[in-house]
Ligand binder design. Structure first.
Ligand SMILES: NC(=O)c1ccc[n+]([C@@H]2O[C@H](COP(=O)([O-])OP(=O)(O)OC[C@H]3O[C@@H](n4cnc5c(N)ncnc54)[C@H](O)[C@@H]3O)[C@@H](O)[C@H]2O)c1
Length: 346
C-alpha cells in the first residue's frame, strides 16, 4: 500500500475572519450540530490541560485536544493563551492556534489562527443557548428578553452581541458594566455602530443585573464577585461565559445548564464551587444538548444560568469549516516540503 502525506497549510487571522464574518446563523447551526454529535458520543473530548507559571500567576495557556466524527471527521488541538496584562499594553488578552490532524494518517494538515475561531464558537454557543433556553421558557409563558446586559465588555462580549444580532435578536435596552471605564466606552462605541437599542453604561453591577432579562458575563474574574441573590429576583437568563463570577449560592437558587458536566465541574468554576459546597451534582439540571433534545425543560420561575466550559470539539468543527471555505476559495497557503523525512530508510 502506498500512502500520501497531506499538504500542510497555514491559515491567517485575516482569512479566518473572511471565512466567518456574516455567517452567524450558519456557524450557530454548525455549533448546534456539533453539540448533538458530542451528546450522541461521536466525539472524543478529554479534559483541557492548563499550563500555569509561578512567575506569571495571572497567565495561562490551555491545550484542548479533541476529535469529532460526523461530516467533519477530524482530530486536532487548540492551544490558547490568556495573558490578561496584554490588554493594558494594547493587545488582546487571548491568542491561539488550532492544529487540524488528518483522520486517516494522523498528519497535521493545517495550522489556523484561532483567537477568532475561539471567540466565534464561544459566541455561537452563547447565542444558541439563549435561543433554546428562551424557547423552552416561552412554552411557560415567558417572553423573549428585550433587555440585555453585558457584564464585562471585552472581545468576547462583542462577539456575543454580534452573534445574538446575527441570529435575529434585537434589544430595546442594552446595559453595559465593566470595571474599566475605557472598556465600557469602547464597547458602547461598537454598540452604537452595530444597531438600535438604548444603551446605558452602569457603574453599579446591581443596577445592570436588575435592568437585564438576559445577562452576559464575560469578565476575567478568577473568583466569585456577585453573591447577592436578590439582584436575580426577576429570574433572568444568565450566560455565564466567564464561569467564575457567580457565588455558588446564586447557582443553587437557579436552574443550571452546562455544555459538558465533567468539563465544567473543574478548575474552580462557579459550578465546581457549588459541587464542593453541596457535595453533589443535584444542582445541575443538565446540558444544553438535554434542552435541545427536550430531555430538560427550563422553568420560568427562577433564574437560569448557562455555564459553558468551552469544548475543543467546537473549535475543531469551526476550524474545519474555515479550512474548507479557504480551500474552496483557492486561497489555501500550502507550505511546500513541510513534512520532509518521508522515506523510512532514506
Ligand atoms: N467559556 C468559554 O468557552 C470561553 C471562551 C472564550 C473566553 N471565555 C472567557 O471570556 C472572558 C472574557 O474574555 P475576553 O477575551 O473578552 O477578555 P477581555 O480581557 O477582552 O475583557 C474582559 C473584560 O472584563 C472586565 N472585567 C474584569 N473583571 C471584571 C469584574 N469583576 N467586573 C466587571 N468587569 C470586569 C475587564 O475590565 C475587561 O474589559 C474570559 O474570562 C475568558 O476566559 C470563555
Amino acid at each position: 500500500m502506498t500512502g500520501s502525506v497531506p499538504p500542510f497549510a497555514v491559515i491567517s487571522g485575516a482569512q479566518v475572519q473572511q471565512a466567518l464574518a456574516g455567517h452567524e446563523r450558519q456557524i450557530t447551526e454548525l455549533v448546534e450540530d456539533t453539540y448533538r454529535l458530542h451528546g450522541a458520543g461521536d466525539s472524543v473530548n478529554p479534559p483541557s490541560y492548563f499550563l500555569r507559571f509561578p512567575d506569571r500567576p495571572s497567565a495561562r495557556i490551555i491545550a484542548l485536544p479533541a476529535s469529532i466524527g460526523g461530516k467533519a471527521r477530524v482530530d486536532g488541538l487548540k492551544w490558547i493563551s490568556s495573558f490578561p496584562e496584554n490588554v493594558a499594553a494594547g493587545i488582546p488578552r487571548a491568542s491561539a492556534v488550532l492544529i487540524l490532524n488528518d483522520h486517516d494518517t494522523g498528519y497535521p494538515f493545517a495550522c489556523l489562527e484561532s483567537s477568532i475561531i475561539s471567540a466565534t464558537r464561544t459566541a455561537a454557543s452563547a447565542a444558541l443557548a439563549a435561543d433554546w433556553i428562551c424557547a423552552s421558557r416561552a412554552g411557560r409563558g415567558q417572553p423573549r428578553p428585550a433587555r440585555v446586559g453585558f457584564f464585562g465588555t471585552g472581545l468576547i462580549a462583542r462577539y456575543i452581541h454580534t452573534f445574538l444580532a446575527g441570529n435575529g435578536w434585537s434589544f430595546d435596552e442594552i446595559g453595559v458594566h465593566d470595571l474599566s471605564a475605557d472598556s465600557a466606552a469602547g464597547f458602547r462605541g461598537y454598540l452604537e455602530k452595530a444597531g438600535p437599542g438604548r444603551i446605558t453604561v452602569y457603574e453599579d453591577a446591581e443596577q445592570l443585573i436588575r435592568s437585564s432579562d438576559l445577562v452576559v458575563f464575560a469578565t476575567i474574574a478568577g473568583e466569585p464577585h456577585v453573591s447577592e441573590l436578590s439582584w436575580f429576583g426577576h429570574n433572568p437568563v444568565v450566560l455565564h461565559v466567564s464561569l467564575r463570577d457567580l457565588a455558588p449560592e446564586i447557582l443553587l437558587a437557579s436552574t443550571n445548564l452546562v455544555d459538558d458536566v465533567e468539563h465544567c465541574l473543574k478548575a474552580s468554576t462557579s459550578p465546581h464551587l457549588a459541587e464542593q459546597l453541596t457535595g453533589g451534582r443535584d444542582f445541575l439540571a443538565g446540558t444544553l444538548d438535554d434542552v435541545m433534545s427536550g430531555r430538560v425543560t427550563v422553568p420560568a420561575d427562577r433564574p437560569v444560568v448557562f455555564s459553558p466550559f468551552g469544548l475543543g470539539v467546537l473549535d475543531l468543527a469551526v476550524g474545519k469549516y474555515v479550512y474548507d471555505e479557504v480551500t474552496r476559495s483557492g486561497e489555501l497557503h500550502v507550505i511546500d516540503d513541510f513534512f520532509h523525512e518521508l522515506r523510512r530508510h532514506g
